[in-house]
Design a protein around this ligand. Structure first.
Ligand SMILES: Cc1cc2nc3c(=O)[nH]c(=O)nc-3n(C[C@H](O)[C@H](O)[C@H](O)COP(=O)(O)O)c2cc1C
Length: 206
């Protein structure tokens, strides 16, 4: 299961509507779930433990909203933990808002994340036409996140064997992030290992 985080700010609801459509698109992909977080309530752990992230903001004077910038400022110390994460940006504005989009995309590059696709700008009230495009954005992000978490061919037989020993339920919760386990996955993995009484010196790679 991959988690797509949609981290956004919205004051009058337009960006929120776009964020919800992105979430809808992500959830339409089997094996993906979406988590919506407003910038002022999001934590750096939300950022660290997701598989992919979509950043959204209204255009404020040609830039992202201060709350979004504040979130990035707070996340500076965990920059290394999110490097390489799949991401994209979206904005809503009264007029043309490419510069606000660029401000979000410049954060994607400053944090050395991977931009999956060019972001979208919505002008004025979001329309049905927007809905399709933003759903597609969420879907694309979720699909790419799923592809990235697939085990590379020929990767550790020992790990795969150990994973197969887990029940379906615990396997669902055990998410392998590309080529390595996240701290959270490692913790869950060890819990599962203890429950199954796999000796720690069994040679299983984690
Ligand atoms: C403080 C402030 C500054 C804004 N600056 C711009 C701007 O420079 N260009 C623009 O097109 N819209 C600007 N807007 C309009 C918002 O970007 C636009 O209404 C947006 O769709 C609101 O999104 P929301 O409903 O998610 O809050 C500004 C709005 C506010 C409140």
């Amino acid at each position: 299961m991959v988690e797509v985080l949609i981290l956004y700010y919205s004051r009058s609801g337009r960006t929120r509507a776009l964020a919800h459509w992105i979430a809808e698109g992500a959830e339409s992909v089997q094996g993906a779930s979406a988590k919506l977080r407003r910038g002022d309530y999001a934590t750096v752990n939300d950022f660290i433990y997701c598989d992919a992230v979509a950043f959204g903001s209204p255009n404020y004077f040609g830039y992202m909203a201060g709350i979004m910038q504040d979130f990035f400022d707070k996340a500076l110390s965990i920059r290394e933990k999110v490097a390489g994460k799949l991401s994209l940006a979206f904005t809503s504005g009264g007029g043309a808002s490419e510069s606000a989009l660029l401000s979000l995309e410049s954060m994607i590059s400053s944090f050395r994340m991977e931009k999956v696709i060019d972001g979208l700008v919505s002008q004025g009230e979001p329309s049905e036409e927007n809905r399709k495009a933003y759903k597609k954005l969420g879907e694309t992000l979720a699909r790419r996140a799923l592809e990235k978490t697939e085990l590379p061919k020929g990767r550790s037989q020992a790990r795969t064997k150990a994973e197969n020993m887990h029940t379906d339920d615990s396997r669902k919760r055990l998410t392998c992030y590309g080529d390595r386990f996240s701290v959270e996955s490692r913790r869950m993995y060890l819990q599962g290992q203890r429950a199954l009484r796999i000796p720690s010196n069994s040679g299983v790679l984690i």
